[in-house]
Design a binder for this molecule. Sequence first.
Ligand SMILES: Cc1ncc(COP(=O)(O)O)c(C=O)c1O
Length: 402
Amino acid sequence: MSPKLPDFVDKKLKALEEESFKPRKNGKPLVVGNKPPGPGAVVLQSNDYLNVSNHPDIFSEQIRVLENIGKEMVMSAVFLYEGSEKSVFEKSIAEYAGFENAVLCQSGWAANVGLLQVIADAGIPVYIDMYAHMSLLEGIKAAGALAVPFRHNDIGHMERLIQQHGQGITILDSLYSTMGDIAPLRDFIEVTERYGCVSVVDESHSLGGYGYKGAGLVDELGLTDRVHFITASLAKAFAGRAGIIFSSSYFAKYFPYMAYPAIFSSTLLPHEIAGLQATLKVISEADDRRVRLHEIAKFFREGLDALDYNIASQSYIVSIESGLESDTETLRDALEENNVFGSVFLAPATPKNRSLVRFSLHSGMSTAELEYVLEVCEKIRDKTGMWNWKSTKKKVLSTKGA
Ligand SMILES: Cc1ncc(COP(=O)(O)O)c(C=O)c1O
């Protein structure tokens, strides 16, 4: 048996037990341990937006490499040679996104932490949207830089903070993973350029889903030449286990020798890289899936809106903000009783008392499934107390005021 942990560790574990693990009034914890989806359930928890995770071309490429590799190289990427599968993939994906270069990382987390650790420094202000991903904040901490959060999607606020603290780094997510809303990218770039700052856009949720052949939202808006760095998790539409940083060749040359996650953590395995190379081809050729995904998302958002749910989404990530955790628990249970499974998000992934159930839609959904989820959302409105949620009241007020 392991030795007993001292109080300072135990206190933290107990606090989490109280907050998230302890059964609530329905006998279930809020986040973990809810019932597993049974046969016929509509599961909207995966970020495989283009429904490619079981694509035969990707599997066969991974298997081909596994069967032929001989011995896998298990080591840090700093020891890889020019011409490795990693550098071939980096060239292909950079070309796809319209960037000079790209650096493949072990995850979106490693990409963001590594990037910020390298480009930021003690005393450098880093302007970051309050809803941007936690990994970016961890990168700022790793660099010992000053995090200066601005109000969500409020570029005017970002500009006032730059005027106060000076030239630095500006960061946001192009598509927000909690509410599915889209960042004001044009304004962001204009203000960033006006003050000579360095721009970082996390496209984890938009790469694959927007832009020419899925090259992302920055591409869709024609802003590629004006952004310094784009990062993305390749565990969303790319359905793999990796991350990417798009950058200049100048930067990409130094990153692997400066970023701690690149130096001190092993690189991806050859069959994983081969899978990503095959995924890139599948995604580039998936215009039909993208069209279907956006059609589905529009239909679903409009359906929920007509049922008086207050939906902030502009994309295929669609969340219902029930607010209080007790209300989110009731909503989650009501959905699950009807065989519909979303993901519960609460603090620290959302602000306190703004918890929600998120639906990640994917292009493989049938119209019947979408209609079914909408029917369930209609049926459970009274039971969940939806009319009394803060978000619903806000919507009713704004509609009356209009
Ligand atoms: C916006 C954003 N950035 C980065 C990450 C981290 O990506 P990964 O899961 O590949 O580490 C995520 C994943 O949750 C994300 O949503």
